[in-house]
Write a protein that binds this ligand. Structure first.
Ligand SMILES: [Fe+2]
Length: 407
């Protein structure tokens, strides 16, 4: 065995690894945005973004999400306050003009001294891919018209653009964040929402009127493109001191998701396919230990992902597994311990999380190990080809990332 001189390939490789590690832990600046020091200020209740639409029993808080596994169905949701009104959604494609209709269901709930309006959820099925549809709600009273575009058929070479927002709330900064997303020239086609919606629970007795104001605030985007929902800690609304002992009561009444389509037994963990992506939504605040429903579902779900059909495997959750910030430090650690080996085994591409109001991103730890292996094997393996392949794969989809630093 020869001596390890400074010029030996091994020493060079170690130096490369150190330099590579330095690059990985310091990604540099990617935006000129600087978070302000001041605490976010709530929008007042009479802010224009909270305006109730005019007209008797006018539908408000209109929002849509994907309604099945592959994107051929849409769940349309809205609230009426004067009376239940009809559950009908009238819709037609841009091409056919032939009007169809679907019937939904009405839900109400009480929370302490609050009684909800009439919450409508209606699933429109058998839509064509890649088609613009118009839809009308409020039939019989005040009608309001919106539109959406269905995604392309699920497949490996289907470009698609997702936006990403978490921890939105309803402050002046929340409005800046949503406007920032809407005005981005990349035009996100679907929004991945990584939890903490209205922050109604920070108001006295979890004032559920703030769920209504938030619904009206996001309508301008959520009525026109699907928002894919993830539950955060501000959705739990567990408050036994005022008699509220059912977790997620307001959230689960207001934001329906297609969880049954992926074999889930609860709306807090589920999956969808959209374009070239397989998106798995997990619940940081539902049981996830061994033998729990979420654990068993995920264990059976991951092997179902067909990477030749959906090369992108994306996971959404609220509490991140990696976080160097002092707030919420290591709150995701126990879930990481439970599930990370599966994420490595099934080669999850990217995990999006919220909760920590300080933006961070990293390559995955397994990727860092992979990089190390690549550098060590540089002198005897075609690693450059492997990197080039990885870059080609990355180029097939865009992500527009927006985070709200409002709280
Ligand atoms: Fe949170």
């Amino acid at each position: 065995m020869g001596s390890l001189g400074f010029s030996s390939p091994l020493v060079v490789a170690v130096l490369c690894l150190v330099l590579n590690a330095a690059l990985l832990v310091n990604g540099g600046k990617t935006s000129s945005f600087i978070r302000k020091v001041e605490k976010a200020i709530d929008l007042p209740l009479d802010a224009d973004v909270f305006q109730v639409p005019p007209g008797y029993n006018a539908p408000q808080q209109v929002h849509i999400t994907q309604g099945d596994l592959v994107g051929k169905a849409v769940i349309v949701s809205w609230v009426t306050v004067d009376e239940p009104g009809t559950n009908t959604v009238v819709y037609w494609s841009e091409n056919s003009k032939q009007k169809e209709q679907a019937e939904g269901k009405i839900y109400t709930y009480k929370y302490y001294n609050y009684t909800s309006g009439y919450i409508h959820h209606c699933t429109i099925r058998h839509l064509e891919f890649n088609t613009k549809y118009y839809y009308v709600v409020g039939i019989g009273h005040t009608e309001r018209q919106f539109w959406f575009v269905t995604p392309p058929e699920v497949g490996p070479d289907v470009p698609y653009s997702f936006g990403l927002i978490g921890d939105l709330g309803q402050s002046y900064d929340s409005n800046v964040t949503l406007t920032h997303y809407e005005r981005n020239p990349r035009k996100g086609q679907t929004l991945l929402f990584v939890g903490d919606l209205s922050y109604a629970d920070i108001y006295p007795c979890h004032d559920n009127n703030r769920w209504d104001t938030w619904g009206r605030f996001v309508e301008r985007s959520a009525a026109y493109q699907p928002w894919i929902w993830t539950a955060g800690n501000h959705e739990i609304d567990f408050y036994p001191e005022i008699g509220e002992t059912v977790p997620f009561k307001p959230y689960s009444h207001r934001y329906h998701v297609p969880y049954r389509a992926s074999g889930s037994t609860a709306p807090f963990w589920y999956s969808i396919k959209r374009a070239s992506a397989y998106i798995i939504v997990l619940s940081s605040y539902s049981a996830y230990g061994k033998y729990t429903p979420q654990y068993k579902w995920l264990e059976e779900e991951l092997p179902k992902v067909n990477r030749s059909e959906t090369p992108w495997l994306i996971v959404l959750m609220h509490a991140p597994w990696y976080n160097s910030y002092n707030y919420h430090y290591m709150e995701g650690e126990t879930m990481r311990v439970m599930y990370e080996p599966w994420f490595v085994k099934y080669k999850v591409d990217v995990v999006f999380a919220g909760h920590v109001h300080a933006y961070e991103r990293s390559v995955s730890i397994p990727s860092m190990i992979l990089c190390s292996k690549l550098i060590f094997s540089f002198f005897k393996s075609p690693c450059i080809v492997m990197i080039a392949l990885a870059l080609l794969e990355c180029a097939s989809m865009q992500f527009s990332v927006f985070f709200c630093f409002s709280k």
